[in-house]
Design a protein around this ligand. Structure first.
Ligand SMILES: Nc1ncnc2c1ncn2[C@@H]1O[C@H](COP(=O)(O)OP(=O)(O)OP(=O)(O)O)[C@@H](O)[C@H]1O
Length: 307
């Protein structure tokens, strides 16, 4: 679905669960500089909504406002039964919504298990005994993110990808109905990228969590998302299913380069292929292997190509 309107809301599907968290007509600024201009989007229980768009289009700022970390200049963020989330006590909000941000300060000398335990803070009073579900939630979060074996290690001695999984586990331990993830595949190797996308899918499908996820990899978005919101210059350019939003015309326009889109032969999902300016130019491999521009099929030696 394409739209030239400033605000496009993710279309409501036949869905028994209803919306969990929504931003309505959000105007978001840093100082006097408004960077998000009237964005509306809704996250639905049991569904994954991906926010995509070029650098600086406002994805993180929108996500942060949904997480109550960036107060709108105007517009509201609502939970299904709460008109304005800013009216909620911070702990009450944290029992319902959590966010994995792009960067967090790494505490020195704290073990992985204890960092994951930070996720239980909304459930704790002054005494930890007030959180009987805590140990089970922490163990489960560590297991599904594959960090159980590093439980006793200090977080300040982990690799970027290991640390990313610890922060994700901390969010999962929080056991919320809404999970916001800002570029969660950063630092992860191929296997953990896929594990993360599978986990996101499982949380939505099996546990009815509403998930909002910022992704740069359009094929990750095509793999995991039920709905995609494409942001451009602080406004929603298009919203809808992956097939509706991931079109060659829209992506080429918004990203300013040619993006080809094919349909995957078995899954039927869109497969996006950003084209290099050099896509049609022969590579050194082509030349040595007898491909385009090789000595075998050209009259003379390969000549440099002007750029
Ligand atoms: N702390 C800040 N102070 C001032 N301006 C900011 C701040 N953070 C972001 N911005 C500006 O707000 C706009 C939107 O930024 P935002 O980080 O939300 O975009 P994004 O789509 O998440 O970008 P990226 O893909 O690069 O992470 C950009 O123009 C950015 O320069």
């Amino acid at each position: 679905m394409d739209s030239s309107e400033t605000t496009v809301e993710t279309p409501r599907r036949a869905d028994p669960h209803g919306y969990a968290l929504s931003g309505r007509d959000l105007h978001l600024a840093y100082g006097s500089n408004e960077v998000v201009h009237g964005v509306g989007l809704r996250l639905t229980r049991g569904r994954v909504t991906a926010l995509i768009g070029p650098n600086g289009s406002g994805k993180s700022t929108v996500l942060r406002s949904l997480a109550r970390l960036h107060k709108p200049d105007s517009g509201t963020v609502a939970l299904d039964d709460v008109d304005d989330v800013h009216a909620l006590h911070p702990k009450a909000f944290a029992r319902r919504v959590t966010m994995l941000s792009q960067s967090r300060p790494t505490p020195g000398g704290v073990a992985v298990r204890d960092v994951v335990g930070f996720g239980r803070h909304p459930y704790r009073g002054r005494l930890r005994s007030s959180d009987p579900d805590g140990p089970r939630a922490i163990a489960h979060a560590m297991e599904v993110t594959g960090i159980t074996e590093m439980a006793e290690r200090g977080v300040d001695e982990l690799s970027g990808g290991e640390l990313q999984r610890v922060w994700l586990a901390t969010c999962l331990a929080q056991d919320t109905e809404v999970l916001l993830l800002d570029e969660p595949t950063n630092h992860l190797d191929l296997r953990y990228q896929m594990d993360l996308l599978d986990l996101v899918r499982d949380l939505a499908t099996d546990h009815d969590v509403a998930i909002g996820i910022v992704l740069h990899d359009l094929n990750h978005a095509a793999t995991v998302a039920d709905e995609i919101v494409l942001l451009h210059r602080g406004a929603v350019r298009a919203a809808g299913t992956p097939a509706e939003v991931l079109t060659s015309d829209l992506l080429s326009e918004v990203y300013g380069i040619r993006v080809d889109v094919h349909q995957h032969p078995t899954t039927a999902r869109p497969v996006c292929e950003p084209r290099s300016r050099h896509a049609d130019r022969a590579t050194p491999h082509d030349r040595t292997a007898g491909g385009v521009g090789s000595a075998a099929n050209t009259a003379g030696p390969p000549r440099p190509v002007a750029v």
